[in-house]
Design a protein around this ligand. Structure first.
Ligand code: CA
Ligand code: CA
Length: 133
């Protein structure tokens, strides 16, 4: 974990660099796919969902949401990734949905830089590293 400053442009540049973005997505997918079956189950996706700053967005930073509320949010996020509703997320679904979410986040952030605590291997951290190169 580290505290990083990022703005919408940082995320946008990362997503728009298609080749580099695809490589990062593949890396992240492999990392999350604990049983190496080429698909992400709900359990495997949980890790990613937890790094997407969902808590802050839905509940505010200081609120401790109750577990059933949290499960509901994670469940609906998982459904959002699982485009064909077959219960698993494949690489194509993962890339398409991650891209959408990051673009939404970029437009939400706009030009105002914000501080975020980022997980070491998360995609947002990669976006920050790319920008500072
Ligand atoms: Ca798997
Ligand atoms: Ca699917």
């Amino acid at each position: 974990m580290s505290v990083e400053v990022l703005d919408g442009a940082t995320i946008l540049h990362f997503v728009e660099d298609k080749e580099a973005f695809h490589v990062s997505i593949c890396d992240r997918f492999d990392y999350l796919d604990a049983d190496r079956d080429g698909l992400l189950s709900y359990t495997e996706m949980l890790r990613e969902l937890q790094s997407l700053r969902v808590l802050e967005t839905h509940f505010g930073i200081d609120v401790k949401p109750d577990p059933s509320e949290l499960a509901k949010v994670y469940g609906s996020l998982f459904d959002q990734f699982d485009h064909d509703s077959n219960g698993t997320v494949d690489l194509e679904e993962f890339e398409a949905e991650t891209k959408m979410m990051m673009l939404a986040m970029a437009s939400g952030l706009g030009v105002l830089p914000v501080q975020m605590v980022l997980e070491k291997d998360s995609l947002l951290k990669k976006a920050v590293d790319r920008e500072s190169k």
